[in-house]
Write a protein that binds this ligand. Sequence first.
Ligand code: GLC
Ligand code: MG
Length: 547
Amino acid sequence: MEKKMEWWKQTSIYQIYPWSFQDSDGDGIGDLKGILGRLDQIRELGVETIWFSPFYRSPGEDFGYDISDYTAIDPRFGTMEDCDKLIKEIHKRKMRVVLDMVMNHTSDKHPWFLESRSSKENPKRDFYIWKKGNGQKPNNWISMVGTSGWNYDKTTDEYYYSNFLSFQPDLNYRNPKVKKAMFGVLDFWLKKGVDGFRLDIFNSIYKDESFKNNPFSFRYFPTPDNHDEAFFQKKTYNLNLPESFQFAKEVRKHISKYKQNPFLIGEVSGSDKVLKSFLGEKSDGLNLVFQFELIHFDYHAKFFKELLEKNEKEFFAPHTPTYVLGNHDQRRYIDRLGGDIRKAKVLSAFQFLARGIPVVYYGDEIGRKEGRISNFLGKDPIAKMNRFVPLFLSNLLGIYINRDNCRLPMLWDTVENAGFSKGRPWLSVGAFKSSDTVSGQKKEENSLWNHYKSLFHLRKGSEVLKAGSVRTKSSSFSDLLCFERFLGDKVITVYLNFGETEGKEPVIKGSKLLYQFGDAMVKGETIHLPSHSGLVFEHKLQKKMSI
Ligand code: GLC
Ligand code: MG
């Protein structure tokens, strides 16, 4: 018998941004008690694993990605008691919990950094990366946000390094004490029973010891899946260092002694070769990495066919690809589709039926739309940095600046503030109709929420979809994507029409209809696929077929 496939290779992930999910105390900011009150609905949707963006103690300058205490809950969100209860209640409902772990940097208000910056002799000095400058920056390294990574600190007349914003100083993983401290943090949470970690900008953990200048590149704008060449620089010495690949293995080894069999999913970016280096040659690095191709999809069958084929070539089993349509840093996919719900159904069907892990950002299941908050009025520190860039210009250049816009409160009900808060929401809820809310969509059979619910449950209840192989099939017209999932003698065939015209295919003999959407239907021996529709069939492997 083959070893049972690990649970994390089969799960589905739902991301909650705590600021915006559900407020319970009327301060306009989402909180843990609020989330607790929504767990049954999350369960009803069919979610298997919940990933929480950070809710640790933090000044909140980067909305929690600037941590000042890794083992405390920020009072905005509640107490440690609330958190323990949340973990317990999630497990009770047979779901799992993944926490966001920001290992690369702390807040500059973290006691470690306050000590570190106080004097060169302080025992915490080497917790961070300090360099002398002699009046100028130690080298040309550019951070991931396009500014110099070096920050002058006059107390000791030296520069500290930050690969993101200047209030997020990078920890120095060449210091064994830092590693020990961070492993201690992981242990703290693993002992509480969490089932894994999402590792924030893990590609940035190590910086080259030589501190050599980065070489020139012609590329300016980074993309979600490529930061290695950006801002006219090849990030040879400050991103994706071999030591970071090695460290991935150390973290994996460290967490693997826990009986819940926890996993790591890394926010790393780069070529497939880089991603695979993080996963380890023997699959002994990060368990999973985010794959961001769907962040810049091209809504054509060809794009999705090639993506499936590419992932099978590069990330064949036992690797498990991931499919990310959105997160708290990216434009919402519904806006990238011009608000077209029919297309959203096709896209999400692809995400759930392909071989791999679907990662769903809260609100995507109701087609929650973007805000239109200008960069000037943005609360997001990246917007603040670029406040004089007009929104239309950043849109035109295809760069996403004000991340407030994808972080708007969840739309639950047709009451004040869509049921998000009884107070004044930290970001305005904006205009909405009943059909934009969860409760409105629950009542509507053909809503996006019900489609997502079907997809979550379909995948959850099917060994073939969770664990089966995949191969693309040729189809009768170019807008139609057809692929098969198979396990043992069971086959699931998926048809997705990305086009404007109706397509037809012959029915596979002996097949049973599992799911249909967008008016797709079977008439006699023919399946009819109107524009932006899909069908899913199950059948037995036909003897004459060879695999
Ligand atoms: C990651 C997070 C982003 C955060 C940054 C710095 O990219 O997703 O929200 O601002 O890291 O921690
Ligand atoms: Mg609150």
